[in-house]
Design a binder for this molecule. Sequence first.
Ligand code: NAD
Length: 323
Amino acid sequence: MNEVKRIEELRKLLEQYAIEYYVKDAPSVSDQEYDRLMQELIALENKHPEMKDPNSPSQRIIGAVLEGFEKVSHASQMLSLGNVFNREEIQDFVLRIQESVSNPEFVVECKYDGLAMALLYENGRFVRAVTRGDGFVGEDVSNNIRTIGSIPMYIDQLDPVEVRGEVYMPKKSFEELNQKQAEQGKPLFANPRNAAAGSIRQLDSSICAQRKLDAYWYYFQNASDFGIQTQEEALEAMEKLHFRVNPMRRVCRTTEQIWDFIQEIQKIRNTLPYEIDGMVIKLNSLADQQVLGSTAKAPRYATAYKFPAEEVQTRLKDITITV
Ligand code: NAD
């Protein structure tokens, strides 16, 4: 097929898949298939710069701001992440950073498969939780977030604080939910990510409460207000405020160290009580992060390594599916 035609076809297809995933919480293709088509689109767009389009799925954060919730603008844009798929691409990312920063350190964290959320606190009290939405405007889902027991409603800090992280459905909650759905003859959720997103978008928060969600926090939005200088310090500061922060992370200096840690986590991935679909590699220094800045869609100082697809047995039905 003509490459220009293929670009148009891929843009349409990816937009349709994004609506199924973000709006309907019912994807019709696997994340790997979506990522593969996105990589094909990016490669073709690079080959045909005359086809550049800010509306392309490769250029914008695709998300949904649904009706029924109050819309809230984010203090700063909530970004997506660029992707890498193998050791060579991690090496390229590290080399690119080293061109601008001497002796950079990186923090490597788990990439939770849930939905991004911002939490706001004022005078030591929780005031609001907002979804990523389209990156600029999200939905106020505070009533549903209050049902997640691990999220503090009071913190020992009177100045305004905004932390961001991922709300997810633990594997156990997901199995219980689908078991219940099956017993009641209702459609099953495709995966914990879609089940979590569907739960957070319930207008009746008692439904969300029954879904037993949890969360990890990984980003201190206004860290500089507190003299925090690195991502590792930001994670520690959030821990001190009793936000749930994952201790499974490592500060690395080389591609080899990053890759070794990724391999370690990949080996135990299936034993974790929550889904991760990869690892996030972030430049540690917040000042250097500022210097590198972001594209319209993703920061230049961080990237997501996505795990390859693997064959697993689902427990609900005895069929083999690729996730
Ligand atoms: P993404 O999920 O690939 O990566 C960005 C997100 O990672 C951030 O917004 C944040 O929410 C999350 N994240 C998790 N742990 C993190 C950590 N430790 N630090 C920082 N961020 C962390 O990007 P996206 O824009 O949210 O979604 C695109 C992805 O969604 C695709 O790559 C695909 O896997 C999936 N998708 C699938 C379909 C489908 O039809 N199957 C459709 C659309 C999107």
